[in-house]
Design a protein around this ligand. Structure first.
Ligand code: NAD
Ligand code: DAU
Length: 372
């Protein structure tokens, strides 16, 4: 039985991981620490909040003494670190929070883990207990690819281009250093773009779905030919499960969907899926009367090319051969089933996305990128 501390468990991937873990390992104890920033939402944890094996702590990962007390009081043996500022656009206009949470926050967690799992045991002449510090990172640390470059492997040199990816790269290096210098038992996974339930509607896929339902413009940065490798979020949780249970300490593992799409094609695919739903289900017209373009089957008219993201990475692609060969990892969800489920989830969970969206985001994004 594991006792896990999950940082950022009220965010998109963290919450999906909590649901995955409680379904597959119901005997395990889970403690979530989350600062509930704009991206963290306790509603994401609603389905598990009354489970006896689940505890939620509203707190900041930069609070080292709080983390130390959680590691002690709950006898934690496994820390899975999701907490981060995660949106590239926000890192361009306001990098400070990214440096604070992604770098200082990770450093603070490493200090707490070293103190409780290594130093305190050694001070009592005891062997350190079995432990694991798993760090959740991104493919963006590897930089950008041209259309013909081979995909990123774990050997690809780091070349982060945005304040977000630079802050993630710094945190990856600190995690690595705590293993090499102090012997902390760490693993790191570098994953491609996730999609699925509870995805905050500032990111491309949920933004497109919710904008169609409000009949708002679908902003395409630059020429829309940038490529991302999309993975259903539950398959990310499954990959982390394999790393925790079968991965080797000190190693990095790439996790990806082998599923590259140009942004404009993703947007067109989602638009057609939403139109199809409106065509098949009259009820949607009553529930979403504002979705005039979906009702009239011409969502393509909402596509609007806007100013490009500064420093926009052209292409990401993950080569997950090592994770496939060493851990037996293969994504379980196909893109066609995953994206259909995701569209359905947003149609069925309007109260969730209405509650997490505040009007200021749309104003902010317009101010930043829709100036032409
Ligand atoms: P998210 O923005 O949806 O959630 C982040 C969570 O961290 C939120 O619940 C927020 O409240 C919490 N948080 C932020 N600062 C905190 C702090 N100082 N203390 C405690 N909690 C804090 O992010 P996500 O998309 O779920 O990403 C989770 C992790 O996965 C991140 O580390 C991200 O870099 C990584 N990642 C994301 C993707 C993706 O496609 N979204 C892909 C690869 C890797
Ligand atoms: O690759 C993994 C990364 O994926 C994670 O590390 C990040 O946390 C996560 O946010 C995501 O980063 P991206 O920048 O790739 O995701 P985003 O959804 O913001 O954008 C996806 C692509 O779509 C990107 O090329 C920018 C473009 N885009 C995005 C938005 C929000 C648009 O063209 N229009 C938009 O309105």
């Amino acid at each position: 039985m594991k006792k896990l501390l999950i940082t950022g468990g009220a965010g998109f991937i963290g919450a999906n991981f909590v649901h995955y873990w409680m379904k597959h390992y119901p005997q395990d104890k889970i403690v979530v620490i989350d600062a509930l920033t704009y991206a963290g939402n306790f509603a994401n944890l609603e389905p598990v909040k009354n489970n006896d094996n689940f505890t939620f702590i509203h707190g900041d990962i930069c609070d080292q003494s709080l983390v130390e007390s959680l590691l002690n009081e709950h006898d934690i043996d496994t820390l899975v670190h999701f907490a981060a500022e995660s949106h590239v656009d926000r890192s361009i206009t306001g990098p400070d929070a990214f440096i604070e949470t992604n770098i200082i926050g990770t450093y603070s967690l490493l200090k707490a883990a070293k103190k409780i799992w290594l130093d305190d045991a050694l001070a009592k002449d005891k062997q350190p207990k079995e432990h694991r510090f798993h760090h959740v990172s991104t493919d963006e640390v590897y930089g950008t690819l041209s259309a013909t470059d081979p995909a990123f492997t774990e050997e690809t040199a780091y070349a982060p281009n945005s304040p977000y990816s630079a802050s993630k790269a710094a945190s990856d290096h600190l995690v690595r250093a705590y293993h090499h210098t102090y012997g902390l038992k760490v693993t790191t996974s570098n994953c491609s773009n996730n999609y699925g339930p509870y995805h905050f509607p500032e990111k491309l896929i949920p933004l497109v779905i919710t904008n169609i339902l409000h009949d708002k413009a679908l902003p395409i940065y630059g020429d829309g030919q940038q490529i991302r490798d999309w993975l259903y979020v539950e398959d990310h949780a499954y990959g982390i499960d394999l790393v925790l249970n079968k991965g080797s300490v000190g190693e990095n593992y790439n996790i990806g969907g082998n599923n590259e799409w140009a942004n404009i094609d993703i947007v067109k695919t989602i638009s057609l899926l939403v139109e199809q739903e409106f065509k098949n289900n009259n009820e949607l017209t009553k529930r979403f009367p504002k979705a005039v373009s979906a009702i009239n089957q011409n969502t393509a008219s909402l596509i609007t090319y806007v100013q490009d993201r500064p420093g926009h990475d052209r292409r990401y692609a993950i080569d997950a051969t090592k994770t496939n060969n060493d851990l037996g990892y293969e994504p379980k969800e196909s893109f066609s089933t995953g994206i259909a489920k995701t569209v359905q989830w947003y149609l069925n969970n309007e109260s969730w996305w209405q509650s997490v969206m505040d009007g200021s985001y749309q104003d902010w994004i317009k101010e930043q990128y829709c100036s032409k």
